[in-house]
Design a protein around this ligand. Structure first.
Ligand code: AMP
Ligand code: GLY
Length: 438
């Protein structure tokens, strides 16, 4: 089977690595890919908006599966365009929803209303359009802080503002609704109740009829140790997260995953591919913070190495509508992923610095994100440069191993969060320990 994978980050490197292990694979193409994905497939330059060229490529290379890594092409209707093409329909299966289903990520307003219709636990909310600034400000005046304000549309993870300050909240509303902050994405805002708890990224794969849960992971979103500083795409991940025990994951399955897939079916929204459920664990109860219609980055780098099942076999299950007959087999060891970023990220950062030491890493997987080849040399080319994933017999060992491997890689301005996973280590109980005699 020939496969085209779309994307060029760490998530896609991890997907390429995983797909390349399948006995069902003949050729893997990645567009645009990165210097890491080259080791598992062929990187190709394709303009996804050029339907004629895309069709010619898919036919010439006899592609059967198109896997979409990021949400952009799905929200833009790539799946719909392929499905509407007479020569491609029925031949090519797209792993990822059509535009309608992609609204679960593309519109927070749509996602919230969907959850409300299907009784899926989420924070209470109100949404306001561009002409409703005054009503939005009044709403803030009558609710207690903290205020959670979200741009309705896609804003590269930057469209959420959380503040205790009523004045700042009002300014944010004004900036988004009338000031053009986040452009069209901010023309509608969702204001929601603040949820206090621990976050978890849960994932499923579906053919639209049945679904299978994939391993879940905790992501570390802030740039600074101890969850401080600005939000990033993610600085590390731990899978599984100890607080997401069997009981909690059963609730996620029963109260979030199952009603979501059932709800999509009921509404006639054909949905296939991955679903990312961004959750808050509030006193042991899962609440949905957001849906994404893709896998996470860096969560993929932690969950895919734990997946023992053949990913291509699961994709084939989607193609033939027989996903219910497949098995998802998971390694129960803990995987820890740490991201190696460029100093300054998520703000301005330098690029073009040589990267060395990759060959010294023995006990971990290295996935590339913001890298490029200059001459013969691997150099930095983005904010998040690499990620390193290690297993351990327990969480402590996995953390140590990941950090040790990350330390072997060198580039100017390398920044790593050294506390990934430390918050999840059980503190030794002091109860019952002998107290010093005074
Ligand atoms: P989102 O883009 O919707 O995932 O939001 C970005 C981040 O904002 C999340 O990862 C959470 O850390 C935080 N967040 C979003 N919604 C809420 C909420 N209702 N209560 C508390 N924190 C939230
Ligand atoms: N790491 C969060 C995301 O992929 O959206």
């Amino acid at each position: 089977m020939n496969v085209l994978l779309i994307g060029g980050g760490g998530r896609e490197h991890a997907m390429a690595w995983k797909i390349a292990q399948s006995s069902l694979l003949d050729e893997l193409y990645v567009t645009p890919g990165n210097p890491g994905s080259v080791r598992h497939g062929r990187n190709v330059d394709l303009d996804l908006d050029d339907q004629k060229k895309l069709r010619a490529f898919l036919l010439e290379k006899r592609i059967r599966i198109v896997v979409v890594g990021p949400e952009g092409p799905l929200v833009d209707g790539l799946h719909d365009r392929i499905a509407a093409d007479k020569e491609l329909a029925g031949v090519v299966t797209v792993i990822g929803p059509r535009q309608e289903g992609a609204r679960l990520e593309g519109s927070k307003h749509f996602a919230k209303e969907f959850m409300f219709r299907h009784n899926i636990p989420t924070a209470a909310h109100r949404s306001f359009g561009a002409s409703e600034l005054q009503a939005a400000i009044e709403h803030i005046e009558h609710t207690p802080p903290p205020f959670v304000i979200k741009a309705d549309g896609l804003a590269s993870g930057k469209g959420v503002v959380i503040t205790e300050d009523r004045k700042e909240a009002a300014k944010v509303l004004k900036d988004m609704l009338v000031g053009g902050r986040f452009g069209e994405a901010g023309q509608r805002v969702v204001i929601e109740q603040f949820l206090k708890g621990v976050e978890l990224s849960a994932f499923l794969i579906t053919d639209g009829e049945s679904f299978k849960m994939l391993p879940a992971a905790k992501d570390y979103k802030r740039i600074g140790a101890g969850d401080t500083g600005p939000n990033t795409g993610g600085m590390g991940a731990v899978s599984p997260a100890p607080f997401a025990d069997r009981d909690f994951m059963q609730k996620v399955h029963d109260r979030v995953a199952a009603p979501t897939i059932r709800g999509l079916r009921k509404e006639g929204i054909a949905y296939s591919g991955f679903l990312f459920m961004g959750l808050m664990n509030v006193n042991g109860e899962p609440y949905v913070i957001e849906y994404n219609v893709r896998l996470g980055d860096p969560e993929s780098q932690a969950i895919l190495p734990r997946l023992r099942s053949d990913l291509l076999d699961l994709f084939e299950g989607i193609a033939s509508g027989t996903l219910s007959e497949r098995h998802v087999d998971v390694d129960d060891r803990t995987a820890v992923t740490v991201v190696l970023a460029s100093e300054g990220y998520p703000g301005d950062h330098e690029t073009g610095h040589p990267i060395t030491g990759l060959e010294l890493v023995r006990d971990a997987y290295v996935f590339q994100s913001g890298t490029a080849i200059k001459g013969e040399q691997l150099v930095t080319a983005g904010g998040r440069v690499l990620s390193v994933t290690a297993f351990g017999k327990d969480l402590e060992q996995a953390i140590l191993s990941a950090q040790r491997s990350a330390a072997l890689i060198v580039f100017e301005g390398k920044y790593v969060r050294t506390d990934i996973g430390l918050d999840l280590i059980k503190k030794p109980s002091t109860k019952g320990t002998p107290q010093p005699v005074k």
